[in-house]
Design a protein. Structure first.
Length: 171
């Protein structure tokens, strides 16, 4: 069934209001959100995602998904949890995509050398992104006293990866 844009906007606004009314640390369930709009929000996930985005932009409220339950409102102190979850998803995605590219190139027998080079370059870039998204790298960057300047952080990570080091030549 097609809903006019104004009804969708009203549904999003109602969901946003319900999310913003959620106390810090409290979980709002899918059932509660569904009652707000009179329809299953899990079937209309796009409405909830838009409402979550608006709630964050308007009030700074931050939510994480609680699988099969709903959304929990985070206290500001735990805002980094959003990044931790995203980095884990990025690592899984880059690993999966790089593996798929590599397997496709290895099996293909009609691929040009240029196509292989482009595919391997893309797989390498994905693997680098996955490598940099590891928890170990973020833990080394965090300093409780004062933030490390961006240039220092990039230099430190580049030296660990061996990027930018000039090769020593022996006569």
């Amino acid at each position: 069934m097609f809903k006019p844009q104004s009804i969708l906007a009203a549904d999003i606004a109602a969901l946003r209001d319900r999310l913003m009314a959620t106390s810090v640390g409290e979980t709002v369930t899918y059932q509660q959100l569904s009652r707000v709009i009179g329809a299953d929000v899990q079937a209309r996930r796009y409405l909830v995602l838009r409402a979550l985005d608006l709630a964050n932009k308007e009030s700074g409220s931050l939510f994480v998904n609680v699988r099969t339950v709903g959304y929990q409102r985070l206290e500001a102190e735990r805002a980094a949890l959003v990044g931790v979850n995203l980095r884990r998803r990025i690592r899984r995605s880059t690993r999966r995509a790089a593996g798929a590219i590599t397997r496709a190139v290895e099996v293909a027998n009609d691929m040009t050398a240029n196509g292989q080079a482009r595919a391997y370059a893309e797989a390498s870039a994905l693997q680098l992104i996955g490598y940099l998204a590891r928890d170990r790298h973020v833990a080394q960057i965090v300093s409780p006293d004062k933030p490390t300047p961006v240039g220092t952080t990039l230099t430190m990570m580049a030296s660990r990866l061996g990027i930018g080091k000039e090769q020593e030549t022996t006569p």
